[in-house]
Design a binder for this molecule. Sequence first.
Ligand code: 5AD
Ligand code: FES
Length: 347
Amino acid sequence: MSDIITKLCEQRDLPDTTLRQLINTNKYDEELFQAADKVRRERYGDAVYLRGLIEFTNFCKNDCLYCGLRAENRNVSRYRLTKDEILSCCEEGYLLGYRTFVLQGGEDPYFTDERMVDIISAIRGRFSDCAITLSLGERSRESYERFYEAGANRYLLRHETADEEHYQKLHPDNMLLENRKRCLFDLKEIGYQVGSGFMVGSPYQTTDSLIADLRFLQELSPDMIGIGPFIPHHDTPFKNCEGGTVELTLRMIAILRLLFPYALIPSTTALGTIDPQGREKGLKAGANVVMPNLSPVAVRKKYEIYDDKICTGEESARCRGCLERRIELAGYRAVTDRGDVKRIHNS
Ligand code: 5AD
Ligand code: FES
């Protein structure tokens, strides 16, 4: 093994200059993926955890420049699922074997704390052996506390980029990296298993901003880390920008696995969108989670964060079967338990 990879495996870290080299070349990729797969197997075996994703609202008050669901995009047909529809999705997911439900949505003011608490409590009451993961953006600490008390266990909130200047280029002025970080640390303190992450190849991203992402994640020490390639959406200001590549995304997944051996890392739908074998490649580069879509087929097309998103026409049961086959063909095993994080002495 080359020195640089040996060092990364032993120290679970590298100085900035070496990280920069590693990020900027494909020279070490094969070694990197092998080392990442080894570390992942040592900690998690061949398990790939399934999370049922319920996209319950595509309303959003924000205007992130990269996202197809941004408020200014008038071409989106907006929808909200009712509490009963959300519960039916969970029911269907439970029968398919899922023991984690991820409630994901835009920042939709309709879902007040009261409404969310009502939904979370209902899921908690009916599915006591399941983990409830929320992904609804920035809220007050008090809201996060109320959701936790109602039975939510995990929260996904990507920091998107840890480079302040870069953050301002991706978001309108009223969104601040500082607040996003505040949310993440609040969530952790409250007791959630926390997921963060970033896009690969977003407009204006540099190698240094990727390094800043890794350093921020080291500071946060999240349980889950989600990354995926940026994919331009035709109705956003970034419609003519280049997208992120499979190659760099896989390299970043492998680096993350080696820096954070304990982490739950999804092989994302975005990766599957830019390459038909993308999710399989992600698993082989160190990812150990997939998030099949559980949203009603009637609304799936409407949750178009980026162009050409996959799995928008398939019934949930078909996605389940499809993913299980893909996972097995890649050399892993689909697992349907809660799949909590496996930390040893907090690392
Ligand atoms: N391409 C890829 N990923 C995107 N996201 C938002 N817009 C895009 C896009 N155009 C990611 C963000 C967000 C997550 C739900 O989806 O990182 O946190
Ligand atoms: Fe949805 Fe393959 S995972 S169709």
